[in-house]
Design a protein. Structure first.
Length: 103
């Protein structure tokens, strides 16, 4: 199997794992959702694939737990930034807000 095909399969698996992590977190099983994030990170490291930014924002940069607003994190905005505080390790993750253009 070619290297590029392996990377594409790895990207698909990462996306599926994050979707399962969200589903598990909705059901209240936070340990399982954290495990899915851990598996996604390992796949990304093994096949040298970066996790897409939409999913990268859903995990803590310090403890790598799945961030689900209201359950495992708090979300605030401040000066054009999105502040996400992990309730597991108390780390504040900062992301720039994307400006949406209205027609």
């Amino acid at each position: 199997m070619s290297r590029w095909k392996q990377r594409n399969i790895a990207k698909e698996r990462i996306m599926k794992l994050f979707q399962r992590a969200e589903k598990a977190s909705l059901e209240g099983d936070h340990d399982r959702s954290n495990r899915y994030v851990e598996l996604a990170r390992k796949i990304g490291m093994k096949y040298n694939v970066s996790i897409p930014s939409q999913y990268r924002r859903r995990m803590c940069k310090r403890c790598y737990s799945y961030l689900f607003p209201g359950k495992t994190c708090t979300v605030r905005t401040n000066k054009g930034r999105l502040l996400t505080k992990c309730l597991n390790c108390k780390t504040i993750n900062r992301f720039g807000l994307d400006e949406e253009i209205e027609d």
